[in-house]
Structures are given as structure tokens and as C-alpha cells.
Design a protein around this ligand. Structure first.
Ligand code: FE
Length: 185
């Protein structure tokens, strides 16, 4: 388990230096800011782990920062969740899998949400299918982890602050170890 935490840290450190999706922060800064927002709001270990790792699919693909620019939907949420599933349980992987649908959900379920998105996020929304229909919203709410996915989405949206200094990866070693162990409880 310790080996997998090291592998995760290495991926985030080595491949996370690229810009995050048209924003003024790197993938690593974005991940650390999202994890810090989750931890600060009192989320449990598995949801903090999900926040830290929610975009790991970008790094696995090696498609980097500007998928929207190239009009490719890299489906990073599926790639990341499937890859993490080798070691983590659904409380980590499912909020990650749903964090893009959660954006489409909030765009239709919450007035004013879309207006608060960054330009890059609005642009990728169209590739991701646009705001959900009522029927899609209803279906989304049936998912056992939809609330966690919506929480993760809000941290994701807020984790784009240039120069914001937050704790580094080592601050999450214990959290990740707990989240890995939780799968077997
Ligand atoms: Fe993100």
C-alpha cells in the first residue's frame, strides 16, 4: 500500500507540472488545492483522497492541459476512476467518475452555477454534453455517491487560484493510507 502511495505521489510530481486545462495553475497545484479544500471542510479520508486524485486520468493519458482546445473528450474521469479502482473502493473512485457529470448536473440544477465557471470549464462543458436534462438530473440523483461527486465538483471549481500556497503531497500520506485501508473494511 505504501508503494502505491509513492507511485501516486510520483505521478503527481512528475506529470503534474503541466498547466491545468487552460487555467493559471499546474495539475499538481490544482490537485493540492482541491485536497486542501476537501480536508478543510471536514471531508473523510476517502473523499479527500478523491479530491487529490480526481484528475489523475489527465496524467495517465498524457494528453495534458488542453484537451478542450483539441476538441477531444479524453474522458479523464473514467480513465482515472478505472485505474484507481485497482486499489481504492467506490467511495474514492465513484465521486471521481462522476465529477464531470456533476458539473453538467449543477449547470441545470443550480441557477447561477454556470455563470461562475471559468472560461475553460464552460468550453469543455459542450464537449462533455452540456447541461443535464431533467431526466438526466433525476438519474444522476439515484447514484449512491452523487452528493460526494457534487462536493468534489465544488472543490474542483475552486481549486484554480494562482499562487495559493497549500500543504504539499506529504501532508496526504496518512489520508491516502487510510483511504486504501478503508476498501477492506
Ligand atoms: Fe479538476
Amino acid at each position: 500500500m505504501a508503494d502505491f502511495v509513492d507511485e501516486l505521489f510520483q505521478i503527481l510530481e512528475d506529470k503534474g507540472q503541466g498547466a491545468y486545462f487552460g487555467e493559471a495553475v499546474s495539475e499538481l497545484e490544482h490537485a493540492l488545492q482541491a485536497a486542501h479544500l476537501a480536508a478543510s471542510s471536514g471531508a473523510g479520508a476517502e473523499l479527500v483522497a478523491a479530491a487529490l486524485l480526481h484528475d489523475v486520468g489527465h496524467l495517465l493519458h498524457g494528453l495534458g492541459e488542453d484537451i478542450a482546445e483539441h476538441d477531444i473528450d479524453g474522458r479523464h474521469e473514467e480513465a482515472g476512476a478505472n485505474w484507481l479502482h485497482q486499489h481504492f473502493g467506490p467511495a474514492v473512485t465513484e465521486p471521481i467518475r462522476l465529477h464531470v457529470p456533476a458539473k453538467r448536473y449543477l449547470c441545470s440544477a443550480e441557477s447561477g452555477y454556470l455563470a461562475g465557471l471559468s472560461p475553460a470549464s464552460v468550453k469543455s462543458l459542450q464537449l462533455q454534453g452540456g447541461p443535464m436534462s431533467r431526466e438526466e438530473q433525476h438519474q444522476f440523483e439515484q447514484h449512491p455517491f452523487y452528493r460526494e461527486a457534487v462536493e468534489l465538483r465544488r472543490w474542483d471549481d475552486a481549486a484554480k487560484v494562482p499562487g495559493w500556497q497549500v500543504p504539499g503531497l506529504e501532508a496526504y500520506r496518512e489520508t491516502l493510507t487510510q483511504a486504501l485501508a478503508a476498501r477492506h473494511t
